[in-house]
Design a protein around this ligand. Structure first.
Ligand code: SF4
Length: 346
C-alpha cells in the first residue's frame, strides 16, 4: 500500500512550516536616530556641503544616502575647509579633536550619543580622582579612541577575557572598569570576572556602560536563537553592535548566522534545509533594509512572521544644543524634539 501522508521532505509541508522570527527591539536606537536627524537638519539649515567627521553612524546605507544629500564624510578634522561646519559622529571624539576644530575656526555640531558622553564623564571623573581605569573595548574603534582620549594617562585597554589575564596596571588598589557601549554583555561580564580574580579591589562603573539598545537587541536575539536555524542580522561590518548580534546568536543556539548590509547579499544556499529564519538589525540600521530582507524571504516561502519582543523602548534624545539654538534663532522650533522628515532613513 502506498502512503499518501505528507512527510517532512514534502515541499508543500516545508513551504507551510517556513517562518521568520523577527526581533523587537531592532534597528535604530535613540543615539543613532538623533545623529542621523542632526545631519539631515544641518543640511536643511546650512545647505550642502556639510562635513561629518567619520561615518555619522556605522551603516553603509545611511552614509551613502546622506552623501547623496550633500554630506561630506572625512576621516580627520584637518580635511574640513577653514570656517566650514563639521558634525562629530555618534561615537564621540577625543578632546584634541575639539581643539583642532577650534584652530580651524570650524563651526561644530556634536552628535556624540549622550550615553557615550556619560562614559567620557566617568573617565574624566575617575582620572581626576587618580584611579587607573580599565577600559573594556576594541582597539581602534572610534568610541574607544574618544573615551581613551579623555584620560590617556589613566586608561588601559582590555580587549577580551583572555587579555584580562595579562593586562598590567599601576595601582591595583585604586582601579575601576568602564566599557565601550556596544559590546557583548556576556563576554564583558566574563572579562570583568577574570579581572576581579586578579584585582579584587576593582570597582564597577556607577551605572551600565553597555547601553540599553545594545542590551535589548542582544536579549531579543538570545530569546530567538534556540528556535532559529539561520539568523540574519542586518548591519554593516564596521558596526560593533551588529557584529555582536551574530556572535550572540551563534552562542545561544542559532545553527548559522550572517551579517548583511542589503537583502541582495543573502545567498540562496543559506536557506537550504532551513525552516526558521531569525531576523534582526543593528542599532544603526534603518527599518527599510529589514523590510527588504523580509520581502526577500517572503518570496522564498518564509511569509509567516512572528515578532519576538524582548523589551519596549521609548527613549528619545533632544538634538544637539548647537542645532537647537540655530533652529530656534530661525524660528523653526525650539523643543529639540526629533521630528522625522519622510524619507528612507527612518
Ligand atoms: S548604540 Fe547605544 S551608545 Fe551607541 S548610539 Fe545607540 S544608544 Fe548611543
Amino acid at each position: 500500500m502506498t502512503s499518501t501522508a505528507p512527510t517532512d521532505t514534502d515541499p508543500a509541508v516545508a513551504e507551510q512550516t517556513r517562518r521568520v522570527l523577527l526581533a523587537a527591539p531592532r534597528g535604530y536606537c535613540a543615539g543613532v536616530d538623533r545623529a542621523v536627524v542632526t545631519v539631515e537638519k544641518a543640511l536643511d539649515l546650512y545647505g550642502p556641503p556639510v562635513y561629518v567627521r567619520k561615518q555619522i553612524v556605522h551603516n553603509k546605507h545611511v552614509v551613502a544616502t546622506l552623501e547623496k544629500r550633500g554630506a561630506i564624510f572625512v576621516d580627520e578634522t584637518y580635511e574640513v575647509p577653514e570656517g566650514a561646519t563639521v558634525i562629530f559622529s555618534a561615537h564621540g571624539i577625543a578632546p584634541e579633536v575639539r581643539d583642532q576644530a577650534r584652530e580651524l575656526s570650524l563651526k561644530t555640531i556634536d552628535a556624540t550619543c549622550p550615553l557615550v558622553t556619560k562614559v567620557h564623564r566617568e573617565a574624566r571623573r575617575f582620572a581626576s580622582d587618580e584611579y587607573d581605569i580599565l577600559l573594556i573595548g576594541h582597539e581602534g574603534h572610534e568610541e574607544v579612541i574618544g573615551t581613551a582620549g579623555e584620560a590617556p594617562d589613566n586608561i588601559v585597554l582590555v580587549q577580551s577575557p583572555e587579555h584580562a589575564d595579562t593586562v598590567q596596571v599601576r595601582h591595583p588598589d585604586k582601579l575601576v572598569w568602564l566599557s565601550q557601549t556596544t559590546l557583548s554583555v556576556d563576554e564583558t561580564m566574563e572579562t570583568v570576572r577574570r579581572l576581579k580574580q586578579r584585582f579584587p579591589k576593582l570597582q564597577d562603573p556607577p551605572s551600565d556602560d553597555i547601553c540599553y539598545a545594545t542590551q535589548n537587541r542582544q536579549l531579543a536575539v538570545k530569546q530567538m536563537a534556540p528556535r532559529t536555524d539561520l539568523m540574519i542580522v542586518v548591519g554593516s561590518r564596521n558596526s560593533s553592535n551588529s557584529v555582536r548580534l551574530v556572535e550572540v546568536a551563534l552562542e545561544h543556539g542559532a545553527r548559522a548566522g550572517h551579517l548583511v548590509d542589503y537583502a541582495d547579499e543573502i545567498e540562496e544556499c543559506w536557506l537550504d534545509g532551513v525552516t526558521t529564519v531569525g531576523v534582526t538589525s543593528g542599532a544603526s540600521v534603518p527599518e527599510v533594509l529589514v523590510r527588504d530582507v523580509l520581502g526577500y524571504l517572503a518570496e522564498r516561502g518564509y511569509g509567516e512572521v512572528e515578532t519576538i519582543t524582548a523589551a519596549e523602548e521609548s527613549l528619545l534624545f533632544a538634538l544637539p544644543t548647537e542645532l537647537r539654538r540655530e533652529l530656534k534663532a530661525r524660528g523653526q522650533g525650539d523643543s529639540g524634539k526629533i521630528q522625522h522628515d519622510a524619507g528612507s532613513l527612518h
